[in-house]
Design a binder for this molecule. Structure first.
Ligand code: SAH
Length: 396
C-alpha cells in the first residue's frame, strides 16, 4: 500500500477526525496508487494517522475511510459500516418505519462518497468519489445484506464525479423493475419517486420532518410553496387542511410529477391546489403587483452556492426571494425559508434573512430553527455535513 505523507502541521485536522485531505496538505505519495486505492496517511514524521481513499484528480486528494490505522479496508469493512448506519436509523423511532429513508449519508456515516436511499424495497445508491466508485460491488452487496432489499439501482450521474475523473454510471446493480417510478408513503401521503430521472436519488428525503411541520401549520391558511419540485410540501399543506395551496417551479416535468402525486392521494382536496410553471424570482414580483397575499410561504430553493467562493452571489439570490416572500405575507404570516448551500452557513443565512426583513420594514421572529431529518445526520467532526438549514419565522 502506498503512503501519503502530510506537510508538517497538516495532521491537525486528521487528529480532529476531519476526513478530507486537501492537495495543499499533501507533501508526497510514497509508492504507487491508482485513483480510488487505499493509502496509509502519515504525519511528516511518519506517525500513522488514518487509512484513506486516494483521489489524484480532485482538490480533495484523499478521504479518510478509517482513523484506526490497523483497520483493513475490504469488503468486510463496508459490510460493518453499512450495517452500523442502517442500525442507527432503526434505533430512532421517527425513522424506524419510514418507507423512504436515507440509509447512508456519506462522511457523516463514515463513508465518504457513498449515499444510499431506501424507497420501499428498492435502494438507490450514489457513488460520488473515486474511493466509493472502486468499492461499488462491496457497497452494493453490503446494502443488500443489511436491508434485504430486492433491488439496488445506481444513480452515479452527478456533476461532482467529473472532479474525481469519473464518468456517469447508472443502472441496476441488483434485481430490477420494469417501470421508472416507485411510490412511497411519507407522513401519510403517497409520493412517486423517479429514481432514474429525478433530482438526487429521486426525492428530497431530507425535508420529511419539515413537511410534517407544514401539515401542522397549514390549517385554514393560504399557502404559497416556492420551488415545489414534486409537491412534497404542497401535499402536506393540503393534508393539513390548507385553504388554498399555490405551488411554483420552473420545471414542467417536476410539476407533472407533482400533479400525479396529488392524483395518488384521493383523500386530498384537489380543487384547493394550483400549480404554476414559473421563475420564482419573477413570479414573486408579479404576485406582489397583483396584490396577492398568503399566510404561509415556503422557500426551498436549489443550491445557490456550491462553495464559499460563490457565497456573495448566493446571498443576493437568497435575499431577493426572502424579500419577495416577506412582501407577500399577510400580517402574522409564517415564512419557512431554507438554504441547502454548503457555502452559506446557518449564521450567514440568518443574517441574509434578517437583512430582507429590515428592507421590507417588518419584524420577523424565529419560531423554530430547521434542519435535515435524522437520517441525514451531521458528524460534529465534519461540519460541512450540515448543508440544510432553515428558519420558521412569524412576521408582524
Ligand atoms: N421543496 C422540494 C425540493 C426543491 S428542489 C421538495 O420538498 O421536494 C428545487 C426546485 O427548484 C427544483 O424543482 C427546480 O426545478 C426548482 N427551481 C430552480 N430554479 C428555479 C427558479 N428560478 N424558479 C422556479 N423554480 C426553480
Amino acid at each position: 500500500m502506498a503512503t501519503l505523507i502530510l506537510h508538517p502541521g497538516k495532521e491537525k485536522s486528521v487528529l480532529r477526525r476531519h476526513p478530507w485531505l486537501f492537495s495543499g496538505a499533501v507533501a508526497q505519495l510514497d509508492g504507487r496508487a491508482r485513483s480510488g486505492d487505499t493509502v496509509d496517511v502519515v504525519a511528516h514524521d511518519g506517525r500513522p494517522l488514518a487509512r484513506a481513499a486516494w483521489s489524484p484528480a480532485s482538490q480533495i486528494r484523499a478521504r479518510v475511510w478509517s482513523f484506526d490505522v490497523a483497520e483493513t479496508i475490504d469488503h468486510a469493512f463496508f459490510k460493518r459500516r453499512i450495517a452500523a448506519a442502517v442500525a442507527r436509523r432503526a434505533a430512532l423511532p421517527e425513522l424506524a418505519g419510514q418507507q423512504g429513508l436515507r440509509l447512508v449519508h456519506a462522511e457523516s456515516d463514515g463513508l465518504p462518497g457513498v449515499i444510499a436511499d431506501r424507497y420501499g424495497d428498492t435502494v438507490v445508491v450514489q457513488l460520488t468519489t473515486a474511493g466509493a466508485d472502486k468499492w461499488r460491488a462491496a457497497i452494493a452487496d453490503s446494502l443488500q445484506k443489511a436491508t434485504g432489499c430486492a433491488r439496488i439501482y445506481e444513480r452515479s450521474d452527478v456533476e461532482v464525479r467529473k472532479l474525481e475523473g469519473l464518468e456517469a454510471v447508472t443502472g441496476w446493480l441488483h434485481g430490477e423493475v420494469a417501470g421508472e417510478e416507485l411510490v412511497i408513503e411519507e407522513n401519510g401521503v403517497r409520493m412517486a419517486v423517479d429514481y432514474a430521472g429525478g433530482h438526487k436519488t429521486g426525492f428530497y428525503l431530507d425535508q420529511r420532518e419539515n413537511r410534517r411541520r407544514v401539515a401542522e401549520l397549514a390549517r385554514a391558511r393560504r399557502v404559497l410553496n416556492c420551488f415545489c419540485y414534486t409537491g412534497g410540501f404542497s401535499l402536506q399543506a393540503l393534508a393539513g387542511g390548507a385553504r388554498e395551496v399555490v405551488s411554483m417551479d420552473s420545471s414542467a416535468p417536476a410539476l407533472a410529477t407533482a400533479q400525479r402525486n396529488l392524483a395518488l392521494n384521493p383523500q386530498l382536496n384537489k380543487s384547493r391546489a394550483l400549480w404554476r410553471e414559473a421563475d420564482v424570482f419573477a413570479e414573486l414580483r408579479n404576485l406582489r403587483a397583483s396584490g396577492e397575499n398568503y399566510d404561509l410561504i415556503i422557500l426551498d430553493p436549489p443550491k445557490f452556492a456550491h462553495t464559499a467562493a460563490h457565497a456573495d452571489r448566493a446571498a443576493r439570490a437568497y435575499k431577493d426571494i426572502n424579500l419577495g416572500a416577506m412582501r407577500l405575507l399577510a400580517p402574522g404570516g409564517l415564512l419557512m425559508t431554507y438554504s441547502c448551500s454548503g457555502g452559506v452557513n446557518a449564521e450567514l443565512f440568518q443574517k441574509i434573512v434578517a437583512g430582507a426583513a429590515l428592507d421590507v420594514g417588518r419584524t420577523a421572529r424565529i419560531v423554530q430553527r430547521l434542519q435535515g431529518a435524522a437520517d441525514h445526520p451531521v458528524d460534529l467532526a465534519f461540519p460541512e455535513g450540515e448543508y440544510l438549514k432553515g428558519l420558521l419565522l412569524q412576521l408582524d
